[in-house]
Design a protein around this ligand. Structure first.
Ligand code: URA
Length: 246
């Protein structure tokens, strides 16, 4: 996984170039360091692995020596059922097998879906971005539509909102907003993703989940032009709907 830890520009340059902080200060004063295309002025400027850093060629002219040029990638997929959210699997096809044109070795999955679940799956090489999606504290909601074997009752709404104690992890689930769409169909909004969380919560009512489909994560909606198994890159605007955490 590509990390996205932030570091200070002076630290980055002194490690990369083997120089001390005084030399870094001097380079900045001479406007020799370009950060995302702009001459850097502050040695304390924060950068991450996707910040473009280049040195102006000292011999003059317009050339640059690029010190860091990692491209961040963000994809959405409409995950079909029967495909595993993993990089490798001995038994089943994985979501990575559905990305033949993409260099998948850098990518990781930002919020898995079970083998038999479908819908919005995000993949990225940006660890800060995917962390922000998953940390319950960040409050990014995940929306699901669920079809059940037995009819729903109003009791479910309160029980999901109250949270349920999972002894295995020793946690109580955060409030889940459940709305009843029809006798056998509910929509749910969660801010966390515990192992098989939704199935386990309906398990308390002894009501098996027959189908589970994720249609939104935060402000990102599954593109309804994407057939199951298809993917596309996120737009810059879509990426920004999730605030990176570094
Ligand atoms: N909860 C589940 O039980 N399964 C999923 O795939 C996602 C949430």
């Amino acid at each position: 996984m590509t990390t996205s830890k932030r570091s200070r520009l002076d630290r980055f340059l002194s490690v990369k170039l083997g120089i001390n902080r005084g030399d870094v200060r001097l380079m900045l004063a001479k406007k020799q360091v370009m950060v995302d295309g702009v001459a850097a002025t502050d040695i304390q400027q924060q950068i991450n692995v996707f910040t473009h850093v280049a040195l102006v060629n000292q011999a003059g002219g317009d050339s640059f020596e690029v010190l860091q040029d990692n491209q961040s990638q963000y994809l959405m997929m409409n995950k079909p059922t029967g495909v595993v959210s993993a990089t490798t699997d001995e038994q089943h096809k994985t979501v990575m097998d559905l990305l033949p044109e993409v260099k998948v070795s850098d990518l990781h999955i930002a919020g898995r879906l079970d083998l038999n679940s479908s819908g919005l799956l995000l993949l990225t090489n940006d660890g800060g971005w995917s962390r922000a999606l998953s940390e319950p504290e960040a409050g990014v909601s995940k929306c699901y539509r669920v079809r059940l074997e037995k009819p729903l009752t109003e009791d479910y709404i309160q029980a999901f909102a109250d949270g349920m104690y999972f002894s295995y992890e020793d946690i109580t689930t955060r409030p889940v907003a459940l709305s009843i769409v029809s006798d056998y169909v509910a929509e749910l909004r969660l801010v966390e993703g515990r192992y098989h969380q939704i199935k386990r919560m309906f398990g308390r009512f002894r009501n098996p989940v027959l189908a589970l489909h994720r249609y939104a994560i935060g402000g990102l909606l599954l593109d309804n032009e994407l057939a199951p198994g298809k993917y596309r890159y996120l737009t810059k605007q879509e990426v920004k709907t999730i605030k990176r955490s570094d």
